[in-house]
Design a protein around this ligand. Structure first.
Ligand SMILES: CC(C)(COP(=O)(O)OP(=O)(O)OC[C@H]1O[C@@H](n2cnc3c(N)ncnc32)[C@H](O)[C@@H]1OP(=O)(O)O)[C@@H](O)C(=O)NCCC(=O)NCCS
Length: 169
């Protein structure tokens, strides 16, 4: 199988069961204790900005986007991102990130943040948010809190506790 065999689609409710199975396999039961999970629990995710990779009718990878806010700033949090083990290293994860960030920019979102590995996300435009600038509702390795700035100054406006935008109202 190659990248050309894969179709990328906006997420739909019918994909949810397969997405949950992919995330369960990728992250295990520990996923429920993660800081990012706690934030996502605060409200719905943005289905129109979330994407799946499909091959022969089967969902093989997924990325979700969730509205977040901190201080005067707002943005989208990317994640979870997961690719089925049999389909790794074909560029699917990278392409899902690119699609999600492009969709966010098209819809006028000022920034996309995530908790993840800088060696993977750095080449995709993500940079560390300076240590001490933000926190999360559960312990998190602050060196893994990354952001891609879409509107100049948007990342500097993210200060203090990052949480689901619906919890900040
Ligand atoms: C991380 C993940 C999404 C990557 O998806 P993928 O489709 O296999 O990735 P791509 O094909 O786009 O990119 C593969 C490249 O990224 C590298 N890579 C994968 N995970 C990496 C990581 N954590 N850190 C640095 N590089 C990484 C691979 O070695 C490969 O490098 P190469 O292109 O030099 O060979 C996938 O491995 C996965 O689902 N992992 C389990 C869940 C997870 O960790 N999600 C990310 C949470 S932050």
């Amino acid at each position: 199988m190659t990248f050309a065999d894969v179709t990328f689609l906006p997420e739909e409710p019918a994909h949810e069961t397969e997405i949950e199975a992919i995330n369960a396999e990728a992250f295990g039961p520990g996923r429920f204790t993660r800081a990012a999970y706690k934030i996502r629990e605060g409200g719905p995710h943005e289905r129109a900005l979330s994407f799946v990779a499909v091959r022969q009718g089967e969902v093989i990878a997924s990325v979700k986007m969730t509205r977040v806010a901190a201080g005067e700033g707002r943005g989208l949090m990317l994640g979870p991102l997961a690719v089925k083990p049999a389909h790794k290293n074909l560029g699917i994860g990278r392409h899902l990130v690119k699609l999600a960030v492009e969709a966010a920019a098209q819809q006028g979102w000022p920034a996309v943040i995530l908790v993840g590995d800088e060696p993977y996300y750095g080449p995709l435009g993500f940079k560390r948010i300076p240590r001490g600038q933000v926190s999360m509702p559960r312990p998190v390795d602050l060196d893994r809190v990354l952001a891609v700035e879409i509107t100049p100054g948007a990342v500097a406006r993210l200060t203090g506790m990052i949480d689901h935008e619906d919890r900040m109202r």
